[in-house]
Ligand binder design. Sequence first.
Ligand code: CAA
Length: 379
Amino acid sequence: MNFELTEEQLTVQKAARDFAQTELLPGVIERDTEQKFPAEQIKKMGELGFLGMMTDPKYNGGGMDTISYVLAMEEISKIDASASVCMSVNNSLVCWGLERFGTEEQKEKYLKKLATGESIGAFCLSEPEAGSDATSQRTTAEDKGDYYLLNGTKNWITNGKSASVYLVIAQTHPEKRHKGINALIVERGMPGFVVGKKEDKMGIRGSDTHSLMFTDVKVPKANRIGEDGFGFTFAMTTLNGGRIGIASQALGIASGAYELAVKYAKERKAFGKHLSEHQAIQFKLADMATKINAARLLVWQAAHLKDQKKDFVKAAAMAKLFASQIAQEVTTEAVQIHGGYGYVKEFHVERLMRDAKITQIYEGTTEIQKMVISRELLK
Ligand code: CAA
């Protein structure tokens, strides 16, 4: 196994780092405070190719490998996790899901715009009463011949308002349970589709998280992804890949907080010497760096397996489980090292600590990752 990054991967990493510093850092505190979606910045990310990184160039994507994608995700997440969740959902749930399972017409019509950020995508699985228990879908897609009649509510949808293409999971044959579920492409503006309230969140406050309501929305049959009843497998398979994106987001949040802590420890003096000269702080930094490195290896392993077209289900769940856990620990220690300054917004680490929490919840909670891992181990 080769741990050296290629020239191309290093170029992507640097481009993402430069973009995060010059375009995302200014205003990130204000966007967090005001819960403002980084619309202009996301548009630029699309133009630079960060929203369809792994998509085939014939659908306007970057044709890059998953390693390049996680490198970029880490750099963007160090600075702005609200921008990186939009990037993760668009790349790994929406573009990847459509490219792998969509029809040629769907790819022409939707994927080409999603891969450049001309359209933003949303992935709509969670419901008021179906979060972790995703098979219990209440949203219905009634088969009406050449269209589906969509009714129901989706909750906590990332890119809820900024998206124009929504992949909606809904039940068509309740008697078949998860084998009766379909995945439909729903467009913003279809009659009966309403974007509901925006959530007032603890972290990733710049991302627009909304509930969505569907009342008798007519969705053409041509917008179904895969065969009748394929929707749950679509959602699960897509989420396996999505978890690599969220794992790299957690990794980026942790490494961003660590870098700030190192910088602060070298600048700040206490008891006549820099914090970095105190063993209490040195040991904290050593623990933080070791955890980050271990998480990075898990993320890269999952990405590598996906690129090799090998089974990456367990590796992706392990990467997300571990990276999201250490993101909690590392960001909390980064705040601790900053002392009183760490508790105020200006120093960024309190935001990273708040942002870290969601990585243990979305795209499968910590407990769901443990279910996925143990099932893979024992099957
Ligand atoms: N990959 C592929 N298929 C999978 C799978 C996986 N990781 N996990 C389960 N499946 C398949 C099973 O093989 C089974 O199919 P068959 O019957 O054809 O074999 C089917 O799914 C149902 O599985 P189970 O019988 O194991 O069902 P369960 O109810 O016991 O468990 C679950 C299912 C794994 C817990 C699933 O409900 C789950 O993953 N829940 C978490 C949902 C989630 O991650 N939500 C995130 C929302 S999206 C989001 O957050 C995006 C965002 O905006 C940031």
